[in-house]
Ligand binder design. Structure first.
Ligand SMILES: Cc1ncc(COP(=O)(O)O)c(C=O)c1O
Length: 434
């Protein structure tokens, strides 16, 4: 008899990490375990579950669509749900972004953007422009291109020879300012590194990729709005494409539909996923301006974007995405987002001077507490202890090393969110510094 087929869990060290918990069902901001426990999903199940689990409108839309069309390839075919999705996205995307290329997750949305940027310059007769600039602390996904643009970390260590080289510009990480300034008096000098890179190398740089306003996995680092504006200006001045990876920040997460909206910035390419599929079914999208798209059109096949994934534009995922965008219209989502943001601000203010806390920061529905640690970084000994501490109290939080963050579904109740913060306050007293 063959041994049973066992699940190889993501980001998991089987020899050290706790056994996975068996989840029976989800509803709103809660997960219900098979053993009867209820857990507050305070990280929206890896940042996807914007409307909470099993929103009835999304479930019903998927069920209705399942009776009509499960899947069809998107080359040579189209269908109603994907077209309806485009119509709704048109209403919320920044003006100027008017072509969307679908894929099926955040990493593929990034891969597509990187490849489009490189081919864009080839199509315009500048084939030398193939290099990418990315930020320190960046995280863009785990496929090879996305991993190349991501910062060096324990995630990327084994693949050093495999990743293509990218130029690194400073992140506007104010708490650990890369140029030794303080936010109160700085003039965003951290952007100078990018300016110098573009000045020296714009003839070879295809694109600058950023997570706009919020670097997620790198530590929930919140950037000043002015930083993103300057990046946009520099990209325009040096004729380089700007890729905004809104995989995490899109769909209300940062307080506006897209983080770029908060800065009044339109990128040349925008990557979408996570909330795009309503947090229910996988879907990725790379949105391009007409300027980019039009260079791929012509009677010469060499201009074609030869890229595609089997499940591109899947009708069930598209139906979920449509239902999700309709929820933004039918329910007071932005009021809920504002209420979460206010609780974040109040509760962070109350702990920011605690001796265990190095920095607190928030944007929209995302709040982060950077703890003082003897061993800062993703492998900090604080991570497993905090993870266990919160789970034992019915809360799913997955600290990024010594950085604790709260990123709840928009439907979380004020009571639940305060409960999370009450337990965070307790953890500051009881969890050791390493
Ligand atoms: C900003 C950003 N880009 C890309 C990705 C990759 O998305 P996926 O995990 O769906 O491949 C993530 C995932 O967390 C992300 O936060």
């Amino acid at each position: 008899m063959n041994a049973p087929l066992r699940i190889w869990h993501p980001f998991t060290q089987e020899a050290l990490d706790p056994q996975p918990l068996r989840v029976a069902r989800g509803e709103g901001a809660h997960l219900y375990l098979e053993d009867g426990r209820r857990v507050i999903d305070a990280i929206s199940s890896w940042w996807v579950s914007i409307h909470g689990h099993c929103h009835p409108a999304i479930m019903a839309a998927i069920a209705r669509q399942a009776e009509k069309l499960d899947h069809v390839l998107l080359a040579g075919f189209t269908h109603a749900p994907i077209e309806e999705l485009c119509a709704l996205l048109r209403g919320v995307l920044p003006a100027g972004l008017d072509h969307i290329f679908f894929s099926d997750n955040g990493s593929t949305a990034v891969e597509v953007a990187l490849k489009m940027a490189v081919q864009y310059w080839r199509n315009t007769g500048q084939p030398r422009k193939t290099s990418i600039v990315a930020l320190e602390h960046a995280y863009h996904g785990d496929t090879v291109g996305a991993m190349s643009a991501s910062a060096d970390s324990s995630f990327t260590d084994p693949f050093g020879s495999f990743r293509f080289p990218v130029y690194r510009a400073h992140s506007a990480y104010c708490y650990r300012c890369p140029v030794g300034k303080t936010r109160a008096s700085c003039d965003i000098e951290c952007v100078e590194r990018l300016a110098q890179l573009l000045e020296a190398r714009s003839d070879e740089i295809a694109a600058v990729i950023v997570e706009p306003l919020l670097q997620g996995a790198g530590g929930m680092i919140v950037h000043p709005v002015e930083f993103l504006r300057r990046v946009r200006e520099l990209c325009s001045r040096y004729d380089t494409l700007l890729i905004a990876d809104e995989v995490l920040t899109g769909f209300g997460r940062c307080g506006a539909m897209f983080a770029c909206d908060l800065a009044g910035v339109t990128p040349d390419l925008m990557c979408l996923s996570k909330g795009l599929g309503g947090g229910v079914l996988p879907m990725g999208g790379t949105v391009a301006t007409g300027r980019v798209h039009n260079t791929f059109v012509g009677d010469d096949h060499s201009r074609t974007f030869y890229h595609g994934h089997s499940y591109t534009g899947n009708p069930l995922a598209a139906a979920a995405a449509v239902a999700s965008l309709k929820i933004f219209e039918a329910e007071p989502i932005f009021d809920r987002i504002a209420a979460i943001a206010e609780i974040h601000r109040q509760r962070l203010a109350a702990i920011t001077n605690h001796p265990a806390v190095g920095d607190t920061r928030s944007i929209g529905t995302v709040a982060a507490i950077e703890l003082r640690a003897d061993d800062p970084g993703y492998s900090s000994g604080r991570r497993p202890k905090l993870y266990r501490f919160f789970l034992e109290r019915g809360i799913l939080l997955r600290p990024l090393g010594h950085i604790l963050y709260v990123l709840p579904p928009f439907c979380i109740s004020a009571d639940d969110l305060h409960y999370v913060y009450d337990r965070i306050a307790e953890s500051l007293e009881s969890c050791p510094a390493r």
